[in-house]
Design a protein. Structure first.
Length: 695
């Protein structure tokens, strides 16, 4: 029987996983006498089917963690020291409001919100928080740190963050898993893939790293980071040369085919093989597999993920890859096409939630979260005087973290952090405010991996003095003198607002989820949500910005001969048992991961005298990061894998892999180039100190 959390005895409470994962699982939390004792997947939700990843199945360990912050804290020591004393909510909020009011009186744009996907919830993310900052007139935040390059590529080609339904991958006959370690980061999609594999589907993984997913596929193409567009164009070249093309689909439902065809013919497999660093035979074989699906009338599907868009040309690479299905008419099949994100298919009422009208005609500047290091240290532009951080840990996750740390350490910067734990970022706060976890608050969710909306009910009362993000911003708004009625909306009312009348809230309330009504094969007859209604190989919108209307291959910013003496490309994929920087402090999960490591190929290790377990220095022009080496077949020659994202304070020298990453931005979407990073690696040699008195 489903019950509300205030009832005694044992109950099951429906919820949703809040974390940055395409699966957005439906949860059931078992509560006994007010204590959550178990979190499991809801078997009634088809995509979850009762199964959770290792991380979220231990969610009670996170909520009841002994290090959980359960009362407001005020800094007592130097910034970064982690020294705080407990204070009352009244003292904290009164002081915070006074400090923000003083800054806002001079220039409200000197106040910057910083948030991302610590929760993916529409209510505990950007509802009351967005209303607060809009009313204040604070700077806007460009939330680019994960997906905006790929997202822009989707928008410019398909018209939005849209694609095939994930469940129909189970019926596909060829599945390309491109830039995704699905076993670790998209588990429920992998279950559909396994069903397809049992039914005879061929699986191909395209990834610089030999991931757990790559090991389970029939073929693995270990291309160099940032060369995905070159591979996509070579596949197009072969489709054209062999006439494995759906000419009717191209003529009726695409825009710019003649120009794209000409560009593709510039990319014979031999050229792409040299750029990508893979055997030419692999490219030809993949093109034949893809083309023969058209010849035989079989569905071919691509699961594209965001790893491949974290280089200079990431937006263009996305455009090239998502163009492929139209060439063979894969969209005609419900089990054909591409899926990168489904989030654009949800009718979220963002204006009603976030109330941009509260800006009242003001047009604040926009600060890019991916270049927060430079923004905090900018000696010319309007100075950032205050940061309010929620649902994010920028000191650990933002690129070029040496500069991020330097910026957060500024004595004249006032920083407030809403958090569950004393993260790297929280160490630099002036105030830490205790936030609730998913078990303790209302929220409603969309997904970027399936098309079900989900409702999260609170399973237990807030622990200690913790409060939902929404309530913290309500109380802060009151102290700032904001009297608008919108700051009185309850969390349950906000959950109802999120979809308005576009989703049946009764179904959400009864089942915990509701399916968005969409066609099984949404683009079988075109009808893309682009201006032309077609798959736009050529984008007039990009051309109007002075950019190339066609996708193209753009070489990385960095590389051998371009960035000095740094001969190794480095990517920083997530450790399997962490999610960005979440779960790093969950003891059982950290025990599985062990310690921060750098995976290095045997040939690169041998040339440097490196063995597994050795402490190494990974370095480039931005800094040095020390960690343990792991000589591993998961790394391809010439590429090292700095597994992330560990909290800096848990590293050997108080840093993590983002000490090395760059603040340069992608071609489209203003996103970070985490995987466009070149380094060298050397054994860490202890400093030899001279013996006193000996020359």
């Amino acid at each position: 029987m489903m019950q509300d959390p205030d009832q005694s005895a044992t109950s099951l409470v429906r919820g949703a996983c809040p974390h940055d994962c395409p699966d957005t699982c439906a949860l059931l939390t078992t509560v006994q006498n007010g204590v959550a004792i178990k979190v499991q997947g809801n078997p009634a939700h088809a995509h979850t089917d009762g199964v959770l990843c290792t991380k979220v199945s231990r969610y009670t360990e996170r909520s009841y963690h002994p290090d959980r912050i359960l009362q407001p804290l005020k800094r007592t020591g130097p910034k970064g020291s982690g020294q705080f004393a407990a204070v009352s909510w009244d003292e904290a909020l009164t002081d915070i409001a006074a400090r923000l009011q003083a800054i806002a009186a001079r220039n409200p744009e000197a106040i910057v919100p910083y948030s991302y996907a610590g929760t993916m919830g529409l209510v505990q993310g950007e509802s009351i928080a967005a209303r607060f900052f809009h009313r204040l007139g604070a700077s806007l935040l460009d939330r680019t740190i994960c997906a905006s390059a790929g997202g822009e590529g989707l928008v410019q080609t398909l018209g939005g963050k849209v694609g095939m339904k994930v469940e129909f991958f189970a019926e596909s006959k060829l599945i390309l898993i491109w830039g995704s370690n699905s076993i670790g980061s998209n588990l429920h999609f992998w279950r559909y893939v396994q069903q397809a594999k049992r039914d005879g589907a061929r699986l191909v993984c395209i990834d610089p790293r030999k991931t757990e997913t790559a090991e389970k596929c029939h073929a693995h193409i270990a291309l160099r980071p940032g060369t995905d567009a070159a591979l996509a164009f070579a596949l197009m070249h072969e489709l054209v040369r062999h006439d494995w093309l759906d000419h009717a689909y191209l003529a009726e439902h695409t825009l710019g085919w003649a120009a794209l065809r000409a560009r593709a013919l510039e990319w014979p497999p031999e050229r792409a093989a040299e750029v990508c660093g893979v055997p030419v035979e692999q490219i030809r074989a993949l093109a034949q597999d893809y083309g023969q699906c058209f010849v035989n009338g079989q569905p071919a599907a691509i699961r594209l993920n965001y790893g491949m868009q974290r280089t200079r040309g990431g937006g263009n690479a996305t455009r090239a890859v998502v163009s492929l299905p139209a060439l063979i008419g894969a969209w005609r099949h419900r089990a054909g096409g591409v899926l990168m994100s489904s989030s654009g298919q949800f009718p979220v009422q963002r204006a009603a939630l976030q109330r941009p009208d509260l800006l009242a005609g003001r047009q604040p500047r926009t600060v890019n979260m991916s270049t927060i290091g430079d923004a905090l240290l900018d000696p010319i532009g309007p100075k950032i005087e205050a940061l309010v951080v929620y649902n994010s840990n920028p000191v650990a996750v933002a690129p070029e973290s040496g500069k991020v740390v330097q910026g957060f350490a500024r004595q004249d910067l006032f920083t407030v952090v809403l958090e569950h734990f004393q993260t790297d970022t929280a160490d630099y706060a002036d105030y830490i405010l205790p936030a609730t976890t998913q078990l303790e608050h209302w929220d409603v969710h969309s997904s970027y991996g399936h098309t079900d909306a989900l409702l999260n009910r609170p399973a237990i009362a807030p622990l200690g003095q913790s409060k939902p993000n929404t309530q913290i911003f309500r109380e802060l708004a009151a102290r700032m003198g904001f009297t608008e009625d919108c700051f009185n909306d309850s969390d349950e009312a906000l959950c109802r607002t999120a979809y308005g009348d576009q989703v049946d809230f009764g179904a959400l309330d009864e089942h915990g989820f509701a399916t968005i009504t969409l066609p099984d094969a949404p683009f079988a007859t075109g009808q893309f949500p682009t201006p032309s209604g077609k798959c736009e190989f050529w984008s007039a919108r990009l051309a109007a910005q002075g950019l190339d209307g066609l996708p193209d291959y753009l070489p990385n910013y960095e590389g051998a001969g371009l960035s000095g003496d740094y001969p190794l490309a480095m990517i920083s994929p997530p450790a399997r048992n962490f999610l960005n920087s979440s779960f790093v402090n969950v003891t059982s999960l950290r025990a599985i991961e062990g310690e921060p490591v750098l995976e290095i190929h045997a040939s690169d290790a041998q040339a440097r005298g490196i063995t597994t377990g050795a402490v190494v220095r990974v370095f480039n022009q931005r800094g040095t990061y020390r960690c343990k080496a792991k000589v591993s077949p998961r790394a391809r020659a010439g590429v090292v894998n700095g597994m992330g994202i560990w909290w800096r304070k848990l590293g050997l020298d108080g840093s993590n892999v983002n000490q090395l990453t760059s603040q340069r931005l992608t071609d489209l979407g203003r996103a970070p180039t985490f995987y466009d990073c070149w380094v060298d690696v050397a054994l860490d040699t202890p400093v030899q100190h001279a013996t006193p008195g000996i020359a």
